[in-house]
Design a protein around this ligand. Structure first.
Ligand code: BYC
Length: 482
């Protein structure tokens, strides 16, 4: 496959022939200063002048799309990149299945489509805002570089959605693009749109859990949108997925390295009981039960992002051909789902039971099931590290009813095994399942920066290989230049 070149000549690198699209080019150039203003105000705090070894997209061919170099983040070349158009692509599902994919917005679905693009767009700057304080406590230059890589790419994903708004949605698209720069994660008056994006990411274990669990929701939602009959959205999401893979790598290997370091330190000190928490903490590592609590928190917050189990919004979006299922193109049913059912977990007479629902209404549930299965794969790899080091402990995904704020189970209190608790019991046992103030204080006490080349904080193991195959003592961030 040949490399599809990106035009780097103008202010906005792109492969959508912006040079010939004066209206959209002007609209994006007008939006650009506001974006840079937002990045300086809400992007990584304190390192805007540092030289960071970042990858930048130079094409959209999966085999050779990026180059690595030192860049100051505000000078990162954020651009508009779409995966190549597939000749003759058809709408793959829903009531328009088999018709030519739309190259323009279908009028009857305009509002629904705009809402999907705006929700997706809103999550991208939100995550940058949530992570903006983490640079100061980075456990190594390698990790700091990965954080900033994730941040600049989330910024690019915002560009991706803003391009769709500016190009295809006229005046209201422009208004939405402005609003994306105005909302703020956690702000009581102008919060971000979805719950998990208003939570704090206070420490690096949270960052790794967020990139493992919440970026994986991004993967699922992008996979579903990559199936869209609206071709520009499909192409945009396909390319975003290429970048997204690294974010989940950061999360999965981040947690692996924390778990590994804990087990190694325990072994060295002759501790085999993972519940000897005080002794383990004295070793300067995070005990496994606390890692489990963090996983419980981030998994449950992320499940809320799938919306209600039974959703007419999801049914309508599928019926319209706008948002498909996870890897719709690999499924072998009729892709219309007008008949058929899907088993949904529901709260019936105070008990959690499986209930068959019309397949079309149950699409959020189905995507969530696919997500849970995907999450389990990495958890199994964490457990292998623990088992290989001989510690009797297994990290478990909590029950889907645990700690929920959206959907069927938001009306009840379930423990991590799915047992329903009374409100009093929940209050009493809450910190058995979720990080307590003392747990948070302990983790915070470990968050001391380690900015020496090739060195790592006490609570995390070094990575197996460097980014871009760089050696162990590579200076991923040149802070001295800041
Ligand atoms: N918080 O019919 P329902 C990522 C609202 S992450 C607040 O069940 P639907 C990333 C809902 O809006 C992926 N409100 O919802 C990761 C609706 O309101 P209206 C982001 C919520 O529409 C890391 C009402 O409740 N992309 O990329 O079926 C770093 C009824 O809900 C929430 C997308 O999400 C909530 N959690 O499903 C960076 C893709 N959930 O319309 C980036 C686009 C529901 O009645 N979004 N509500 O006023 C969608 O596909 C869907 O809108 C949702 C919700 C899956 C979000």
């Amino acid at each position: 496959m040949s490399m599809i070149a990106v035009d780097y000549d103008g202010l906005i690198p792109n492969n959508v022939a912006l040079g010939q699209d004066v209206r959209v080019k002007r609209a994006l150039e007008k939006w650009h200063p506001g974006y840079i203003g937002w990045w300086m105000d809400m992007g990584p705090e304190g390192f805007q002048n540092a030289l960071v070894y970042l990858r930048t997209a130079i094409g959209v061919d999966p085999k050779g799309w990026a180059k690595f170099d030192y860049v100051r983040m505000p000078q990162y070349r954020w651009g508009v990149l779409l995966a190549p158009q597939r000749e003759g692509r058809k709408i793959p599902f829903g009531s328009h299945k088999g018709e030519d994919a739309w190259q323009e917005v279908p009028g009857e679905y305009r509002a629904m489509l705009r809402r999907l693009v705006v929700i997706q767009g809103d999550t991208e700057p939100a995550s940058v805002e949530q992570q903006r304080h983490l640079g100061k406590t980075a456990p190594s230059l390698y990790d700091m570089r990965n954080l900033f890589q994730v941040n600049v790419e989330e910024g690019r994903h915002l560009w991706a959605m803003v391009y769709l708004l500016q190009k295809y949605f006229g005046a209201d698209g422009r208004e939405e693009a402005e609003a994306l720069l105005e909302r703020r994660s956690g702000d009581p008056d102008t919060p971000r749109m979805l719950g998990a994006f208003n939570e704090k990411t206070p420490d690096w274990l949270s960052f790794f859990m967020f990139t493992y669990f919440t970026d994986r929701d991004g993967k699922m939602q992008l996979e579903a949108l990559a199936q869209s009959g609206f071709d520009p959205l499909s192409r945009t999401c396909r390319f975003m997925l290429t970048e997204e893979a690294h974010h989940m790598f950061v999360g999965e290997t981040g947690v692996t390295r924390v778990v590994q370091r804990t087990c190694e330190a325990m072994k060295q000190a002759g501790i085999t009981d993972p519940y000897e928490i005080d002794k383990i903490r004295k070793l300067g590592v995070i005990d496994l039960p606390t890692i489990q609590k963090k996983a419980n928190l981030h998994f449950s917050l992320t499940l809320d992002l799938f919306g209600n189990e039974i959703s007419t919004n999801a049914a309508n979006a599928f019926h319209a051909g706008l948002k498909g299922r996870f890897r719709e193109d690999r499924l072998t049913d009729d892709h219309q789902l007008e008949s058929g059912t899907y088993p949904v977990l529901r709260l019936i007479d105070g008990q959690i039971k499986k209930d068959d629902a019309p397949a079309l209404s149950a699409l959020n549930m189905r995507l969530r099931d696919d997500y849970v299965a995907d999450c389990q794969l990495g958890v199994d790899r964490w457990n292998k590290v623990i088992a290989d080091l001989g510690i009797p402990f297994e990290i478990k995904l909590p029950h889907v009813a645990f700690h929920r704020h959206i959907g069927e189970f938001s009306r009840t209190n379930a423990d991590v095994d799915g047992n329903i608790l009374s409100p009093a019991e929940w209050t009493r046992r809450r910190t058995d399942f979720l990080p307590s103030e003392a747990d948070k204080d302990f983790i915070e006490s470990l968050m001391r920066p380690q900015f020496e080349k090739g060195k790592y904080a006490s609570w995390i193991a070094p990575p197996k290989v460097g980014i871009d195959n760089k050696p162990g003592d590579f200076e991923y961030v040149k802070i001295a230049d800041a």
